[in-house]
Write a protein that binds this ligand. Sequence first.
Ligand code: HEM
Length: 117
Amino acid sequence: MSRKFAPKEKVELEPPKNDVYTASELSKYDGVQNPRIYVAVKGTIFDVTGKAQVYGPGGSYSIFAGKDGSKGLGKSSLKAEDANNDVDALTDDEKQVLDDWYSFFSQRYNIMGYLKM
Ligand code: HEM
């Protein structure tokens, strides 16, 4: 397995859940409407509640809470309007950046399910 973007300390992950969320359901997991915080990358939903200081209200990356942040992650953009799943808007280089973020999230955060397409 690739060690790229591996966390410094090993993270014990639970088996991935297979639940399907609509964008509207996912949007509730923003640390406010629901105390848990989910962020989706390429349609896979990760539980980032453990990093609430970063993804929760007032956190540097709170724009991604309850969203599929694929476009913003690929473009290295923290603009709220880029926190969406429009991956077709990404260049090939940006798609590679997005894949690196997928690797980062998948090595740190439990998978709660998938965004309904
Ligand atoms: C001035 C520019 C920036 C600085 C100084 C900065 C700094 C950092 C630092 C120190 C970390 C923690 C790394 C670690 O835990 O090993 C981090 C994580 C992260 N950064 Fe940035 N960052 C910047 C810009 C951005 C931008 C533009 C994005 C937009 C995609 C971004 C997205 C993220 C994400 C998603 C994480 C992972 C947080 C986590 O789950 O632990 N950052 N950043």
